[in-house]
Design a binder for this molecule. Structure first.
Ligand SMILES: [Zn+2]
Length: 276
C-alpha cells in the first residue's frame, strides 16, 4: 500500500533572524513581529483541517513570545530546535555553538516538558561540529541538508573534501536526515530583502509557487511507493493574506490527492521502520 507523507514545517523565527543579521532598526524588527500574526492564522488553518505540524522555534522566540509558543504546544504540534539566537553554526566556534544549542534546548524543555528530537540549522548551514553535537545531545533527526528529496537518509560525519581530490564519503551516523530544499521554502520565493550588497527579489505569485509545490508531491506519488515531502514556511512570510489563501488551496489539493500529514518526529519513526 503506497504511503505519501507530507511534513508541514514552520520556522517561527519572529525577530531573531533580523537581529542575528544586525538589522535592528524598527522596520525589520516589525517584519519579524508580523510572525505573531502569521502564527495565529496558521494555527487556525491547521486546526480547521485537523493537521499537526512541526514548528522549529528559536529559544529567542520562546523567551520573547511565550504566549504565542504556548499556543503552538496547546494545538498539539511538535516543537523542534532552531538554535537560540538564529546565528548560523558555521559562523560560531564549537563552544559557542554548543552553548547556544543547550540554552535553546532548555527553553524547549521548559515549554514542552521534553527536549527536542529534531534540529534545523538557522540558514541551513551546518558547522563541522554540528553533527557531533546533535548526536551528543540526543537528537534523532536533522532537517538542514539537501542530499535527497523524498527519502530520509542517514547523516554522515567526516566526509573528506579537498580541492583537486575526489570526494570521499564519511561514516553514516544514527542521525536521520529529513532533507529540505530552497525550492520548497517560502522565504526565497516571497521575501523582498535589500541589503547594501544584494537584492533578493521575492514577491512571486503565491498561486504559482503553491502549484509547483503540489507538482513536487505529484512527482513523488508517481515515482516512489513511500516517501516524505517537507515544506518549509515562516509565519511572517506565509502569513500574508493572499499567501494563506494559496496555502489553504495547497492543503486541500494535497488532502484530495491522498497525502498523509504528520509531524517530522512521526515521519522519522516511520522512516526508521521502513528504511533503516
Ligand atoms: Zn529560521
Amino acid at each position: 500500500m503506497p504511503r505519501h507523507i507530507v511534513c508541514l514545517t514552520f520556522d517561527f523565527d519572529t525577530q531573531s533572524g533580523f537581529i542575528a543579521r544586525g538589522m535592528t532598526t524598527p522596520t525589520p524588527l516589525s517584519r519579524g513581529e508580523f510572525g505573531l500574526v502569521g502564527a495565529r492564522r496558521i494555527l487556525t488553518l491547521l486546526k480547521a483541517h485537523g493537521l499537526r505540524a512541526t514548528w522549529f522555534i528559536p529559544g529567542f522566540t520562546i523567551e520573547s513570545h511565550p504566549g504565542a509558543c504556548a499556543d503552538v504546544v496547546e494545538h498539539g504540534h511538535e516543537v523542534a530546535h532552531h538554535s537560540w539566537a538564529h546565528v548560523p553554526p558555521a559562523q560560531q566556534s564549537r563552544s559557542d555553538e554548543e552553548a547556544d544549542l543547550i540554552r535553546a534546548n532548555d527553553c524547549i524543555e521548559r515549554l514542552t516538558g521534553r527536549k527536542a528530537r529534531g534540529y534545523r540549522s538557522p540558514s541551513w548551514d551546518l558547522s563541522a561540529s554540528t553533527i557531533e553535537l546533535l548526536l551528543a545531545h540526543g537528537f534523532l533527526y536533522d532537517s538542514s541538508l539537501m542530499g535527497g528529496d523524498y527519502w530520509p537518509y542517514r547523516v554522515r560525519r567526516d566526509d573528506r573534501v579537498e580541492l583537486g581530490k575526489p570526494f570521499l564519503f564519511g561514516e553514516e551516523t544514527s542521525l536521520i536526515e529529513m532533507p529540505i530544499s530552497w525550492s520548497l521554502d517560502d522565504y526565497p520565493h516571497f521575501e523582498f530583502v535589500r541589503t547594501a550588497t544584494s537584492v533578493l527579489p521575492g514577491l512571486q505569485s503565491a498561486q504559482t509557487v503553491m502549484a509547483s509545490w503540489m507538482d513536487e508531491f505529484r512527482y513523488m506519488q508517481a515515482n516512489v511507493d513511500w516517501g516524505v515531502l517537507t515544506y518549509t514556511m515562516h509565519p511572517y512570510v506565509i502569513g500574508r493574506g493572499y499567501r494563506m489563501l494559496a496555502f489553504e488551496r495547497l492543503i486541500k489539493d494535497l488532502q484530495a490527492a491522498g497525502a498523509m500529514f504528520m509531524t517530522m518526529e512521526e515521519a522519522v519513526a516511520e522512516a526508521r521502520e521502513k528504511m533503516f
